[in-house]
Design a protein around this ligand. Structure first.
Ligand SMILES: C[S@@+](CC[C@H](N)C(=O)[O-])C[C@H]1O[C@@H](n2cnc3c(N)ncnc32)[C@H](O)[C@@H]1O
Length: 247
């Protein structure tokens, strides 16, 4: 039996396959209401966090988004060569429709789409200027392996910018858990008009998620330099991590 059995298959370093498969089903079930619930549960801050991450890119860069979901972030990547990666066929189908429509409207060529997990990226070494990862790192099966793969596909001097639910320390984590298990549940129930909505299970991935320090250390172990990872103001609900692959 795995050492994660007591927590239903979760710990800060990753998620067992059975628990991850169930999590993926829950994530796919969020698609119709994904943006609305996100907007409500973050008081509209998710747009601001996405802009903060996006602003790290400069025109013409080759970008990989790992865990693109339904394309909520990738659709606004303007003037960039974009590859969207996600393990879910359903997520990629929605993302492709949405991202390519936005790109076409701007006179840009379609993005590339790859169905894969972060832990096994079927792309060349040293091939991206920047990797973005928004609200998907928390769902990786093996977080260190995912970071190693991201490091491998980054060009020397390339940067990883990640944003996910924030957890500064145990006390902050407790506040986050209370928020996720009360208000977020209530909002999801209100939006979806059903008691049995997928956000019920999603709170679990936050409960067993690690602190900023834990993941900063993991990034350093993988080889990233200039590593930072801190809560974003003003609501301190999410954290942004950055790290560079040495030249
Ligand atoms: C909450 S959505 C995030 C979507 C999007 N990035 C955004 O900004 O809203 C999380 C996504 O991570 C994907 N995911 C889960 N496990 C993953 C893994 N091991 N590697 C890559 N993506 C993963 C899920 O399929 C899902 O589409």
């Amino acid at each position: 039996m795995s050492s994660r059995a007591a927590t239903g298959g979760y710990d800060p370093s990753g998620i067992d396959l059975d628990a991850w498969t169930e999590l993926e089903e829950q994530l796919e079930a969020t698609i119709p209401d994904y943006d609305r619930v996100n907007r409500l549960m973050t008081f509209g801050q998710d747009k601001r966090w996405r802009r903060n991450v996006r602003n790290h890119a400069s025109q013409g860069m080759k970008i990989l988004e790992v865990g693109c979901g339904p394309g909520s972030f990738a659709e606004d990547l303007v003037g960039l060569d974009v590859t969207c990666l996600d393990p879910s066929e359903e997520m990629l189908k929605v993302a492709k429709k949405r991202v390519d429509a936005a790109r076409k409207g701007r006179g840009e060529s379609p993005a590339a789409y790859v169905q894969a997990i972060a832990e096994e990226i079927p792309l060349e070494d040293n091939s991206f200027d920047m990797v973005f990862c928004l609200f998907s790192f928390r769902d990786f099966q093996d977080k260190k392996k995912g970071l190693e793969e991201i490091y491998r596909v980054l060009k020397p001097g390339g940067q990883l910018v990640m944003c996910d639910a924030g957890k500064a320390n145990a006390l902050h984590g407790l506040a986050g858990r209370i928020w996720m298990s009360t208000m977020v549940q209530w909002m999801a129930r209100w939006v979806t008009k059903t008691k049995d909505h997928p956000w019920k299970g999603l709170a679990r991935s936050y409960t067993h998620y690690g602190t900023n320090k834990y993941y900063r250390n993991m990034m350093v172990e993988v080889g990233f330099e200039n590593v930072s990872g801190r809560l974003l103001y003003p609501l301190l609900m999410s954290s942004r991590f950055r790290g560079k692959k040495p030249m």
